[in-house]
Ligand binder design. Sequence first.
Ligand code: F6P
Length: 341
Amino acid sequence: MRIGVLTAGGDCPGLNAVIRSVVHRAVAGHGDEVIGFEDGFKGLLDRRYRKLDLDAVSGILARGGTVLGSSRLERARLSEACENTEELSRELALDALIPIGGEGTLTAARMLSDAGMPVVGVPKTIDNDISSTDRTFGFDTAVGVATEAIDRLKTTAESHQRVMVVEVMGRHAGWIALESGMAGGAHGICLPERRFEVDDLCKMVEERFARGKKFAVICVAEGAHPAEGSMPYEKGAIDQYGHERFAGIGNRLAAELERRLGKEARPVILGHVQRGGTPTAYDRVLATRFGWHAVEAAHRRDFGRMTALRGTDITMVPLAEAVTELKTVPEHRMDEAESVF
Ligand code: F6P
């Protein structure tokens, strides 16, 4: 069998572990040939690829990023690819394509699959917002980075009697904010799923200071929104999900808290630090299992589906099911987090 693999969309710790696992299972396990497309779907369309053998993936398990490179593909080029899937598969002699990516990549994978390409998807995102899988690799690493940041910020906040506002990634789903906020013991967590009241945050800070705890750390997802009228508000841009994107929430919330409380507040935007560096053991294991199962699915000709974690088992789910809606934080998870502020 000749299997193509590519990584597309934003990078994520664990991508190299999947690539390595695909190559080991396919080449050593089945005697397949594996080719890796460079820079995501662009490499597929431009026929830029290289052969991946066991040597090519040696030593990459613990490396962050992706050795294949990644990119986002414009819609027009994707449609062009969908019109030429037969020609592409024939020319590249592809028996299976394994795209590894988030919601955008899996949507593209679904379109290619519908157009006749033999596709097995592998989900990835630090945001953990892909439905149909309990977890995506990269999330555990990102939560670890954000948790460590909260721990570190507490000591400097306490020394200066400040309020720290830590902005973490998560445009539509607040999983990173929820879990790093809980693990780091943040005193407030703001998620895209529930509008927050600035008054409630001020009250929390004042109560802490009154109790002698002269600092506070608030963990805010980049997609969190203040309740209407709760702080000076500019309309944000509407994204492809119809959600309003309120840019720069960390900076703006810190400024607003400082103004209202008369206490020093500092924003800390973690940004891409959360996506960089070595994956945790959990992410390496999940990524390796996904790679193994993707190759097995290709051999069963189980196309148009993606690997997914359900409980502790890896299963295959239709790509169509995976990309219909994002997995957001349910109410009960927010209630649990609030109980330990
Ligand atoms: O999808 C993962 C993600 O990390 C989001 O949480 C974040 O908003 C986005 O990627 C940032 O993407 P870019 O690398 O294009 O700035």
